[in-house]
Write a protein of this length. Structure first.
Lengths: 425, 423
């Protein structure tokens, strides 16, 4: 499924054409420089916009119109990817070809535009009521996060790992930022989105190009965004301040001990290094035959789960496991030892190939999901200004040697150990 | 082979093999992946049962323990071949069923045969039993500090007398200690029989070739011992106490779990009916267009943690409403009032019509993704719902079909658990 670029009414539009699926997906993807200050506003905005519009001013009316369009699904999402704020609005509509009536996609596209460009406002501002409602929900959510020990320990670890450097966290809800969440700040973020953000439109499905061109052309007047500014993706690099390992022991747990181990990735971020690191992540703790899983769970029986995570966009690498209080040190030492072994070149050839094949398999099977294919394309587009070229990516991955990998992981240094445990640890 | 049209271009094949195992196949030739699930009618509830007029018991957690062990049956590691073929293999144990499933884009037939190699003979070493016991003990500890899991379990205990509903599927650290070779042999003999198994395959497969492949396998060719169906009884008697309140200083916020018990006559021998109606009913009742949602919004009682979940396990059914909120007192009062209004409130015609059109779209979409199709069919098969009649019936649901469900919202059917943060 290739990405085909079109320029329609001065808009950047990308088509992914296929006849495999019975739905058409349309994504409006907005990007801008990451602004930690507006994480709350950006997240709430996606919720508010997908809940009602000026034309359909209540959740009831908006849902009714979507249901009547044969269950039109709408999605909105905000996240940050390295240095970029990315806000997506999407619809998934059953293709007219499979429905008893025509022009359903046309109407669905109008809904998408309504959602982004014609929100329910009073005097061009979001209402006090919605701000109050969202604030109340956010405070409830903060308590729920504290109550959920997995979410709580992850958040605490991230704060320690990133040294409370909020420029790099962007966790929602941002408790401090809630004080500044107002009608004005919300309206400002919406204005910024539709006037300053870069917009790219992605459409996937079985459709005629010229018909789709015409449809977009006709509706282009409604698309107020005309900013042509491109925002370059830069992954975050954590600035390491201390030489010693940052050890945080939180003794407030009343259950199992949760361990997070974060590493400093001391190498430049580029597509090749990111792919090599993703390969290492896979073989180290990415699947059920990985080094950590085989040793910590299957051989030493220290934990039911143990996984490693590599966040490409934020250039982070960490391990997460759950164990008994008595076994926590043993598990941590085993993680350290396994990494040391790899850094010393002890990587099994079969596992190395296996990890490569797993990643290739994931890319190849993405074609069974139109949404997944779309998201792979969007992510690669923002990260590398490249289309998701499966063949090229596979070639690149296959060319990575064990020596390349060992060289790269020798730049990994232990940074933070966070242990969420009970009383007398 | 029986051939059933689910939609105009979606066909389901059904075959019963000579050893008694049922096979469902839904070919999806445009997709590159294939999903296969083998279901054993043996789950967390089966610690007490009758077979051939004899009463038996097993330590709680046996089905789940056996699921773990099956990955190392006969001293071989099941995952090995699958990992080599880049296939994903896993398993789960639910209250009613154990499922072994895999998905792959390569070597589907060899992998299917490898899966069935595991179900011909059974032998587990003491070492493996001990090892898995340790891993399962870790698994069972994982929710020790989850107050929401505890509150939900309390709700189950409050609604039901039957311990097969509220006990942990995996058992406890104490019960799994009692699982040894003898216990496992009994479980295998009574439950791991082809007549007690169902296979579902969705994806890029040829139904005839699949059946032929299975027929040539020892799993089908072997002479199996006589099968005795398992008899179970679920005690659904009403309970007198309907509320539980616990004050706890460990909590950060209050937890509310509400259960609305659905009387047995609404689902006994009416699986398809109940399966068809329960989800859409809740969707319409708790829809943003309804009074319930609007009132909660208006009183500022709605938040992201609110969930409304239909629960139907064949032999029992209830509706679960759950929320984490500081305003639990107001929430409970308002929600109770709203629930008791349901029997006398009409579902607006326009909501129902829109819902109907949405259902047409959703059905088409559910066959647009091989994984989703597989999971939809799994749900139908495990609930004994006729897969071909289901979609036809779905198209013809009428508003009045929901009348019986509306009447379950009575004081007698409502149960409440509150975990309150100690101030």
């Amino acid at each position: 499924m290739n990405l085909i670029k079109r320029n329609i009414a001065d808009l950047d539009v990308y088509y992914i054409k296929n006849d495999k699926f019975k739905t058409i997906e349309a994504f409006f993807v907005f990007s801008n420089d990451f602004s930690e200050k507006f994480v709350n506003e950006s997240t709430f905005l996606t919720e508010i916009l997908s809940d009602s519009t000026k034309k359909y001013p209540s959740t009831e009316k908006f849902k009714l119109v979507c249901d009547n369009l044969y269950g039109l699904s709408k999605m909105s999402h905000y996240h940050f990817e390295g240095s970029l704020d990315i806000t997506m609005f999407a619809i998934s509509s059953v293709n007219d070809k499979y429905l008893p009536e025509k022009h359903v996609f046309n109407q669905a596209f109008d809904i998408l535009l309504e959602m982004i460009y014609a929100p329910k406002t009073v005097n061009a501002k979001f209402t006090k009521k919605i701000v109050k409602e969202k604030l109340s929900q956010a405070f409830e959510m903060l308590l729920s996060i504290k109550q959920n020990k997995n979410a709580y320990s992850y958040n605490q670890f991230m704060k320690a790992y990133l040294r409370n450097n909020t420029d790099h966290i962007g966790i929602f809800p941002n408790e401090e930022g809630l004080r500044d969440f107002t009608q004005e700040s919300l309206t400002k973020v919406h204005q910024r989105l539709i006037t300053e953000d870069n917009l790219k439109i992605f459409i996937a499905g079985d459709f005629d190009f010229s018909e789709m061109d015409n449809l977009i052309e006709t509706k282009s007047q409604k698309i107020r965004n005309r900013s042509k500014k491109e925002f370059a993706f830069k992954p975050f690099f954590r600035s390491k301040k201390e030489l010693d390992t940052n050890l945080v022991i939180d003794k407030t747990s009343s259950g199992q001990t949760r361990v997070f181990i974060g590493y400093d990735l001391n190498f430049p971020h580029n597509q090749e290094n990111a792919m090599t690191m993703a390969l290492f992540n896979e073989l180290f703790g990415g699947f059920e035959n990985s080094l950590l899983f085989s040793n910590i769970r299957e051989k030493l029986h220290l934990s039911y789960y143990v996984f490693s995570h590599y966040s490409v966009g934020n250039h982070l690498f960490y391990i997460n496991l759950e164990t008994t209080k008595d076994n926590a040190d043993k598990a941590i030492n085993e993680v350290k030892q396994q990494l040391l072994n790899c850094q010393n070149g002890e990587i099994d050839e079969v596992l190395f190939i296996q990890a490569k094949n797993n990643i290739i398999n994931r890319w190849q099977t993405a074609v069974d999901s139109q949404v997944k294919t779309m998201l792979y394309n969007i992510i690669d587009f923002f990260r590398y200004e490249n289309i998701f070229d499966e063949t090229e990516k596979i070639k690149m991955l296959e060319n990575i040697t064990k020596a390349d990998l060992i060289k790269l992981i020798n730049s990994i240094n232990l940074d933070t150990i966070y242990i969420y445990t009970s009383g007398e640890y | 082979m029986e051939k059933k049209y689910i939609l105009d271009d979606e066909i389901l094949y059904l075959e019963t093999l000579s050893n008694g195992m049922k096979v469902f196949i839904q070919p999806k030739p445009k997709f590159i992946q294939t999903f296969a699930s083998l279901y054993i009618d043996f789950g967390g509830r089966d610690f007490r049962y009758k077979r051939n007029n004899i009463e038996y018991s097993l330590p709680r957690g046996t089905a789940h323990f056996l699921e773990h062990l099956l990955f190392e049956n006969n001293g071989d590691t099941l995952t090995k071949n699958f990992i080599e073929a880049n296939a994903d293999i896993n398993a789960f144990t639910a209250r009613k069923v154990t499922s072994y499933y895999f998905s792959t884009k390569n070597q589907f037939y060899p992998l299917l045969l490898r899966l069935f190699d595991n179900f011909v003979d059974f032998s587990f070493s003491e070492k493996t039993i001990k090892k898995e016991g340790k891993i399962i003990a870790q698994e069972l500890s994982m929710n020790d500090d989850s107050e929401s899991v505890k509150a939900y379990k309390s709700l189950l205990r409050l609604i039901y007398k039957d311990d097969s509903i509220y006990h942990d599927i995996g058992g406890t650290k104490a019960t799994i200690k009692a699982i040894d070779k003898i216990v496992l042999e009994q479980a295998v003999e009574h439950f791991y029989h082809p007549k007690n198994m169902t296979l579902l395959v969705t994806g890029n497969v040829d139904p005839a070739k699949l059946i032929e492949t299975l027929n040539n396998h020892e799993f089908v060719k072997k002479t199996w011992p006589e099968y005795y169906p398992i008899e179970r009884f679920t005690n659904l008697a009403d309970k007198t106490i309907h509320t539980k309140r616990k004050v706890d200083k460990k909590l950060e916020t209050n937890l509310v779990e509400i259960g609305i018990k659905i009387p047995e006559q609404l689902f006994k021998n009416r699986q398809m009916e109940h399966f068809l109606l329960l989800d859409p009913f809740l969707e319409m009742i708790f829809d943003p267009s309804t009074n319930i949602y609007k009132t909660l919004q208006k009183k500022n009682l709605y938040n992201h943690s609110l969930t409304v979940t239909p629960m139907y396990d064949g032999d029992y059914s209830f509706i679960n409403i759950s929320i984490e909120t500081k305003k639990s007192k107001q929430f409970v009062k308002t929600m109770k009032e709203l629930l008791l209004e349901i029997p006398v409130t009409d579902i607006p015609e326009k909501i129902f019509k829109a819902f109907h059109r949405a259902e047409i779209g959703r059905t088409i979409k559910s066959f647009d993704d091989v994984k989703e199709t597989h999971s939809l069919l799994e749900n139908l098969i495990l609930n004994n719902v006729d897969t071909s009649g289901y979609f036809e019936r779905k198209k013809n649901i009428k508003l009045e079909n929901f009348n019986d469900l509306k009447q379950v919202f009575t004081k007698n059917n409502i149960y409440l658990v509150e975990y309150i943060k100690q101030s």
